[in-house]
Design a protein around this ligand. Structure first.
Ligand code: ZN
Length: 411
């Protein structure tokens, strides 16, 4: 009897696997277009749109949100091909199948009259069908939903080499390519807010692909009121602007390959506390919260070592007006980290630094009111949250997208 029940249980457990379990409200991933979901669940696109009145039917389903699938619908594996739009014969050759079979599977009377704007569908395989940009075989986002202020990445692989462009909310992302691998990087700034900006990708002159990306503002920002008196209130605005302009010129440069091989680590281990996180809203002398903190502040005793968070090349090592003793490291791929207000500098421009290598010491030089380290991180010329970068393992995520390996960091 016990054996019989066991057998029965085993059988019951096996059934859902064969039937390819139904997911009632899956999270939308890149390539889950209305067309892809219609093929996947064998339902008309209109049925899916009606079941999801929260979605804008003029746009594709929003990446990072959940989508309601009518009860009873079963997920099926398959592939959608847009690469060979209008070229069914080439697709059949590439997939080692008969053009007549392919035509039949796509409801076409003959392989010699292929549809113009419809993807080719091939049932079977190991994955549900994804409607990816033409020419792209794999596409991933660093996070979905995304959070304003954090570094954002898109990584993927191409069928064959080609020029990729990626645009988020109208802004072109930094693009880096390594053979068939590509990476698109950017940030939004901490004031970006919640929304569903359009992510648009294309390879060479292929048709534009686009899908909205869910952004959620955590609304847990720190608010800081700062009172400037005496000398600090008379800060020379022109000097501030000139310094920023000079640094902007550095941050706009892109070294085309990553210089790091490990996970990133904190630039300081012996700190007392984080006195101001990235994105903290700031009001000066009772004014509106019109600016935010562009880095992370660590309070620490003067002289505490400051270390390179990852390998890179030192591109600035000098005393600045606002930032005091400053070091900026170019990590490659448009990723820069900077260390400011230090008491001293232990590196020189051009030096290739290793992760954990000491580049300076905590101090209170420049416009600073006490010993602390201000660490900033830029991607695509935009300040991003360094703590989130570490927590999300962005360093390794990007390296893997580049087609490289990530050695574990030493901390
Ligand atoms: Zn700061």
């Amino acid at each position: 009897m016990r054996i019989f029940i066991l057998l029965l249980l085993t059988t019951l457990l096996v059934i859902p696997v064969n039937a390819q379990e139904t997911s009632v409200s899956p999270t939308v991933t890149p390539g889950d277009t209305w067309t892809a979901l219609a093929y996947r669940y064998n339902l008309p696109e209109e049925t899916l749109r009606v079941a999801n009145p929260q979605m804008n039917r003029q746009r594709q389903p929003v990446i990072g949100t959940t989508i309601a699938i009518p009860e009873g619908a079963v997920s099926q594996n398959g592939r959608l091909l847009r690469r060979n739009d209008g070229d069914l014969l080439a697709a059949a050759v590439a997939l080692n199948t008969s053009p007549w079979t392919l035509a039949l599977q796509n409801g076409m009377p003959s392989p010699y009259r292929p549809p113009l704007y419809r993807p080719l569908y091939l049932p079977g395989g190991a994955e549900p069908p994804q409607d990816l940009p033409s020419g792209i075989t794999r596409l991933e986002l660093s996070q979905a939903p995304a959070q304003p202020g954090q570094a954002l990445g898109v990584r993927g692989k191409l069928w064959e080499e080609g020029m990729v462009t990626a645009v988020l909310d109208g802004n072109e992302m930094d693009i880096f390519q390594n053979g068939n691998h590509f990476l698109a990087l950017t940030g939004t700034g901490a004031f970006y807010g919640s929304g569903q900006p359009e992510l648009t990708i294309r390879v060479d002159d292929s048709p534009l692909w686009s899908q909205p990306w869910q952004f959620i503002d955590p609304d847990d920002w720190v608010y800081q009121q700062i009172t400037l008196t005496g000398e600090a209130a008379q800060i020379d605005q022109e000097s501030i602007a000139r310094e920023r302009e000079r640094l902007n010129a550095i941050w706009q440069q892109n070294s085309p390959a990553p210089q790091w091989q490990t996970a990133y680590q904190l630039p300081i281990t012996d700190y007392l506390e984080i006195t101001s996180p990235f994105g903290a809203r700031r009001s000066y002398n009772g004014g509106p919260y019109r600016s935010y903190h562009e880095g992370v502040d660590f309070s620490a005793y003067g002289g505490t070592p400051v270390m390179a968070p990852a390998a890179g090349t030192v591109v600035l090592a000098e005393k600045l007006f606002v930032r005091g003793n400053a070091v900026i490291i170019d990590h490659g791929l448009g990723v820069y980290s900077g260390f400011y207000h230090m008491s001293g500098i232990d590196t020189t421009v051009g030096e290739q630094v290793q992760p954990g290598q000491i580049v300076g010491a905590v101090g209170t030089t420049g416009l600073s009111t006490g010993n602390h380290l201000h660490w900033d991180l830029l991607v695509d010329g935009i300040w991003v949250d360094g703590q989130a970068w570490l927590n999300q393992g962005m360093g390794c995520w990007i390296l893997e997208g580049w087609g490289g390996d990530c050695e574990i960091g030493d901390s």
